[in-house]
Ligand binder design. Structure first.
Ligand code: SF4
Ligand code: SF4
Length: 346
């Protein structure tokens, strides 16, 4: 039976070995905050207890920046999580810079694998390949295959880059032909946030509002300064999407606040597009614009709400009306149910 995971993400560091032009977090070797290992352990333990109390398993994704710049702490964390419960599913996203040779890559990946970290995401778009070097990324993939670990290729789409197929072929040949090579591909359009804001508009791939996909709200993301975000897409822009501060508030308290929050419930049910007609009517251009990603639309909706009180009021009123409609719907459903119950019992 498929396990039911409660997934969280931890931005382990905002430092990186390279400086990609399209980095949404503006990471670089010049610096960036780390989250302490003690804080991650405490956060994971509280979340693990919450997940268990709700009959779920815990999934932890370590991301960045580049988590391997803190390799010994990364390994310490993986071993600790494995001691807590071997059923915790740990994954990690990297650019593969550390794979100077296949044997070096295996030296680093082997201990992680033994500590239960079986899934590694590797970025393979042109900007990453140029910054890190094709050879290193290939070494990392080869080592992952030899260690029988799962590979998740991460591909950020832009008009000025080669296609997913071309990059995958360049990185993956000849591994792709191996019938037992397990990999998944996560391809997404680049968001114009962080350092990517400085790139030419023509480089981005825009989509109409109706094709933006689903909102991934609910994948809580801890960032190094202790803020807990309601998703992994909101780092750069929206104070509205900050759930609270950890460890000032407990995980249980933060999740309870999330579940009670009308705006988050609305976003979960309808996504940020729900607000588009209300904002259009008030003169904000939302529906007629194109967006690269649903989180880009979200950015447009929530950008400036802390300074634009008029916009904040429109969003608050639309949320209130939605909640009212939901309550009324629930009343109608329970009336219908009780009516049907009467009919059945008659
Ligand atoms: S490898 Fe990833 S985290 Fe590092 S600079 Fe590039 S996009 Fe940013
Ligand atoms: S659409 Fe908004 S709330 Fe949903 S995942 Fe993206 S940034 Fe988060």
């Amino acid at each position: 039976m498929e396990k039911n995971y409660f997934n969280i993400a931890v931005v382990f560091t905002l430092r990186c070995s390279v400086k990609c032009p399209h980095c949404g977090f503006s990471c670089s070797p010049q610096g960036g905050q780390d989250v302490t290992v003690d804080m991650v352990k405490r956060f994971c333990m509280e979340t693990y207890e919450y997940a268990r109390a709700n009959s779920r398993c815990l999934g932890v994704n370590l991301t960045g920046g580049e988590p391997f710049v803190r390799y010994s702490e990364l390994l310490e964390l993986a071993e600790w999580l494995n001691r807590v419960d071997q059923g915790i599913m740990l994954s990690c996203v990297t650019n593969g810079y550390w794979a100077s040779s296949v044997s070096r890559a295996k030296d680093l990946l082997g201990p992680l694998r033994r500590a239960g970290c079986m899934n590694i995401g590797i970025s393979i778009d042109d900007y990453h390949l140029q910054e890190v070097g094709l050879g290193r990324v290939r070494n990392a993939v080869k080592a992952l295959i030899e260690l029988d670990m799962s590979v998740g290729f991460k591909f950020c789409q832009m008009n000025n880059m080669r296609s997913l197929f071309e990059c995958l072929k360049e990185v993956g040949d000849p591994f792709l032909e191996k019938s037992d090579f397990r990999f998944v591909v996560h391809s997404f359009n680049c968001l114009p946030v962080g350092r990517a804001r400085g790139l030419s508009k023509e480089h981005f791939r825009y989509l109409p509002l109706s094709s933006l996909g689903n909102c991934a709200l609910g994948r809580f993301t801890l960032i190094p300064d202790g803020r807990l975000l309601v998703c992994c897409g909101s780092f750069d822009f929206a104070p509205t999407l900050v759930l609270g501060e950890y460890p000032r508030e407990t995980v249980e308290g933060l999740i309870a606040a999330f579940n009670k929050n009308d705006l988050f419930n609305l976003l979960r049910a309808r996504g940020p597009a729900y607000f588009a007609p209300f904002l259009d009517d008030a003169g904000y251009t939302v529906s007629t614009k194109s967006y690269t990603h649903i989180c880009d639309l979200c950015h447009c909706v929530f950008r400036d709400v802390s300074t634009d009180l008029r916009k904040a009021k429109i969003i608050a009123q639309a949320t209130k009306d939605w909640k009212h409609g939901e309550v009324n719907n629930t009343k109608v459903i329970s009336l219908l149910e009780s009516f049907m119950g009467v009919e059945e019992n008659a």
